[in-house]
Design a protein around this ligand. Structure first.
Ligand code: BGC
Length: 883
């Protein structure tokens, strides 16, 4: 944590309906004992009003770098009764102030190199695809007395493994997160108090990751600082410098796309233990470094280990392992055999008809890990500096017959906390949801990636924002996106333009397609909506303005004609949009982004800006309609004079943002329905842009049943079709394609449907930023008889669960303490009654009896729902059919 003004947040519980915190008090202390005596020597807020939800910004004494602090909180309820103090929590600061970081950056004097196939997709001319073999770095250090706190701060680029006294420190892998290193590299901190002894050795293995020549970087390097506080209070610090030693080691070739080659015959026994004779090792070389920042996000970890579902022997003698699930990560090998035996593990998403692996979708990624046995007993190998996207592994060279224990799948991704669950009575939708979750996690690798298997795995901004709402429903994405937004900010050029891919490892991708760079305002807005993160808005506002100006400068009388590239990417039957004009999508996103910045300006209290942007949005809308709107439908690409078919995306986008002039709205909606129902038989004809919005547009225009049919059918193109074809994650393309082309089996850009499950089927959405008010508005659709979603929001636990029976319908709702509920109950039967807490709340449009904290409200009820305002608490509403 390297901010001098951290934010504190906590959740409160109360069994009283309608409870809300009236006041709170936070104490921050430099010592546990002080806190125990209720002394906040760094900060004592006193009893303050609890308005600042969901977090309180630190305003105490200046915090020190590399120090541990203890804190606790208490709150006063609605009646003014104080809670007991919370259990104490603690945090450790990193380097809070300029110039605090003292260690040198170091590398090896001599580096062995190898040539890596599939280094960079879209490699620029002159790209150098040589990479470094892993570098082993070590240093002994002694402690003169017992340490009360020992911390290691380290950044090792591209990736590192930190070891102390022979053991791996911590559980993170592929650390640090990817950034544009020259602008900002990330360091992590590890508490090693329980690992240090009198004599110690720190050992680090350095690999390539994305810190490679073809992206404009030099050899791997690291910077490290060990900070010790003795029980006496005295402190000692160890910095990385030229006294550290380096050597090659058993891990040789290593590359993200390439895989690894590990020769266990070259193991150096005891290299990471104290007292090892490193006389033959070379002194490290001091090298130029990069600006540093603390990695304030969840690290990548192995979160799940998968056993193979089957092992088949091929005619070639190799074995094929099927893990039954497409995922990101690698495999752990257990083997026992003669020295020098070479085991090769190659990874792929698909099989060929003859049972061999289909490497087509990997394109140039070799995805092969090679392990050479040391011999003399059981050996275990797990790669460090690569990852693959796969379901199948071909194992060649294994000595003997591998059993199921020979290979274990390791699912690796940014270890964001799972905060949402969804299920319903339709198994197909549950399976789509499950595939989205696997696909989303497979594509969180310190940045949101497009795919984990081929030679891309980049932060494509389109993929990132199109799937982001689903991601925030499923996971705690606050820190992840805050980091990624900073990557975007750092990627902005002086002219305000952004690239399609962030970090901009592929520099020729400037300026972005506006549908991709919309990720910038879209993610800022999403963090506001779901986490009430106002700090992020303030941090990015000026850059967002610059970006909007850039769009304006590149528009031709408000129509963006120059910047579009991909548009409504990957519609059925192709990659490039066949029917949606790219100028239409680019201009629509210009409007979309201006609307967002107008709202962001309003949040910041910048009224003038908000008004100006709202005015600009009006003008764009007029220009958009003048340019693209015909009599009954919006523009589509026409292939012949008889082609006058309406296009789904062209019509859905303006409906989504209410851009259609009132007198034409019905016609445009009719055109959309004509395409969806008559022409496509309830199938999508949308690429990734249209797909993101179409279900919402249908739902908001009273066509939720149509959306449901689109979401649940099993034929091409649709999510159900993917399932019917055995998909365990979502595909990049609507069609089942298996050749060596753009047909990843694990893309997340069509995953937005999952947000629709949470928001529309279960019915949960934030009615105020940070879930301070919760809208519960489920849709009882098609054959559904039940649905449930539960979210751990920043305001607390939110839940909706409904059940429909023959003549009754129940809805359970949980609203967190301090928040308000807006509960929309579908009136499934005319003349039905609504009961809560045994009281008849409602009959035939009228409130009858009353229940505390439940008030019949008119919140835009459309006559099809009864709407109640509630306070916090758990409620069970029942709708009974007969009078
Ligand atoms: C990626 C996409 C990305 C697209 C942009 C592809 O190669 O995999 O998901 O958005 O390029 O054109």
């Amino acid at each position: 944590m390297d901010t001098p003004t951290p934010r504190f947040s906590w959740l409160v519980e109360s069994s009283t309906r309608g409870d809300r915190p009236k006041a709170c008090q936070v104490l921050v202390s430099s010592a546990r004992e002080l806190l125990q005596s209720d002394i906040g020597d760094f900060w004592d807020t006193g009893m303050i009003d609890a308005e600042q939800r969901p977090s309180l910004e630190y305003l105490g004494e200046a915090l020190q770098s590399c120090a541990r602090y203890f804190w606790k909180v208490r709150w006063w309820d609605r009646e003014g009764a104080a809670s007991p103090w919370s259990e104490p929590a603690s945090f450790v600061t990193a380097f809070l102030y300029e110039g605090d970081w003292k260690p040198k950056w170091i590398g090896a004097r001599q580096v062995q190199e190898f040539r890596s196939k599939g280094t960079v997709l879209l490699g620029h001319p002159g790209a150098d695809d040589t990479q470094a073999c892993a570098i082993y770095v070590r240093r002994d250090f002694a402690l003169k007395e017992k340490a009360s706190l020992a911390l290691v701060f380290i950044s090792g680029l591209g990736h590192y493994e930190l070891r102390l006294n022979g053991e791996k420190v911590g559980t993170s892998v592929l650390d640090p997160g990817w950034t544009d290193y020259k602008k900002k590299s990330l360091y992590s901190s590890y508490d090693v108090t329980s690992l240090v002894r009198d004599k110690n050795a720190v050992g680090i293995i350095l690999g390539n990751g994305r810190h490679i020549k073809s992206y404009g970087y030099e050899q791997p390097k690291l910077t490290c600082r060990i900070e010790v506080e003795y029980e006496s209070g005295e402190r000692a610090v160890i910095f990385s410098d030229e006294s550290w030693k380096t050597s090659p080691g058993p891990l040789q070739e290593n590359g993200l796309y390439f895989g690894e080659r590990y020769d266990a015959r070259l193991l150096i026994d005891g290299w990471d233990q104290p007292g090892f004779d490193d006389g033959a090792w070379e002194k490290a070389l001091a090298v130029a470094g990069y600006p540093l920042a603390s990695q304030m996000m969840h690290p990548v970890r192995v979160t799940e280990r998968l056993a193979p579902k089957s092992i088949i022997r091929l005619a070639s003698g190799a074995f094929v392992f099927d893990f039954g699930q497409n995922f990101s990560g690698w495999t752990r090998l257990r083997v026992d055999g003669p020295m020098g035996t070479e085991v090769r593990l190659r990874h792929a998403e698909l099989l060929n008809d003859d049972g061999t692996l289909n490497y087509g979708p990997n394109e140039n990624a070799e995805a092969t890990d090679v392990y050479i046995l040391r011999g003399g007993g059981p050996e275990v190998y797990e790669p460090r500096f690569t990852y693959h996207g796969f379901r199948y592994v071909e194992m060649a060279g294994f000595p003997g017959e591998p059993g199921p224990g020979a290979l274990e799948g390791c699912f690796a991704h940014s270890d964001v906390e799972r905060t949402g669950t969804f299920s319903c009575s339709n198994e197909l939708l549950n399976r789509v949801h499950r595939n989205v979750v696997w696909g989303q996690l497979s594509n969180l690798m310190s940045i949101p990636t497009d795919c984990p298997q081929r030679d891309e795995r980049h932060g494509w901004l389109g993929d990132a924002h199109l799937s982001a709402e689903e991601a925030v429903y499923n996971f705690d994405m606050a820190a992840f996106y805050a980091k990624f937004l900073d990557d975007i900010r750092l990627a902005q050029k002086d002219d305000g333009s952004l690239p399609d891919v962030v970090p901009p490892y592929l520099p020729r991708l400037y300026p972005a397609d506006p549908a991709w760079s919309s990720a910038y305002p879209t993610l800022v807005w999403l963090l506001w909506e779901h986490y009430a993160d106002g700090r992020t808005i303030a941090k990015h506002y000026a850059n967002l303005k610059k970006y909007i100006d850039f769009l304006g400068q590149n528009a031709d009388r408000l129509i963006v004609r120059k910047l579009g590239k991909y548009g409504d990417w990957c519609p059925p039957g192709g990659i490039v949009p066949k029917k949606t004009p790219v100028d239409l999508t680019s201009t629509w996103y210009y409007y979309h982004d201006v609307l967002l910045i107008a709202r962001l300006a309003a949040v910041l209290g910048r009224k003038e800006d908000a008004q100006q942007y709202a005015k600009l949005a009006d003008s764009i809308r007029t220009a958009f309609n003048d340019t693209f709107l015909g009599e009954t439908q919006y523009a589509a690409i026409r292939v012949s004079p008889v082609d006058n078919y309406p296009n789904q995306t062209s019509n859905a986008l303006p409906l989504y943002l209410n851009m259609v002039p009132a007198e034409k709205k019905d016609k445009v909606l009719a055109s959309l329905l004509q395409s969806v129902i008559r022409q496509q038989d309830f199938h999508v004809d949308t690429g990734i842009l249209g797909t993101r919005y179409i279900l919402d547009v249908l739902t908001d225009n009273d066509q939720a049943e149509v959306a449901y049919r689109m979401a649940t059918h099993k034929s091409y193109p649709g999510w159900g079709y993917m399932l019917a074809e055995d998909a365990t994650t979502l595909w990049e393309r609507w069609e089942k394609l298996t050749g060596p082309a753009m047909n990843s089996q694990n893309h997340i850009m069509l995953g937005s449907i999952d947000a629709w499950f949470y928001r529309v089927i279960a019915g949960l959405s934030p009615a105020l930023p940070g879930w301070e008010a919760v809208r519960v508005r489920p849709h009882v659709l098609g054959d559904l008889s039940s649905a449930e979603a539960k979210l751990e929001t920043v305001a607390g636990m939110v839940r909706s669960a409904w059940n429909k029976a023959e003549d009754s319908f129940s809805m359970e709702v949980s609203i967190p303490v301090g928040a308000a509920g807006q509960v929309h109950i579908p009136l499934l039967w005319p003349g039905a009654r609504i009961i809560e807490s045994g009281k008849l709340l409602w009959r035939a449009g009228r409130a009858v009896e009353s229940v505390p904290e439940v008030v019949l409200a008119d919140l835009g009820g459309d006559g099809k729902r009864a709407v109640f305002k509630t306070g916090s608490g758990d409620y069970r509403f029942e709708l009974k059919k007969s009078g």
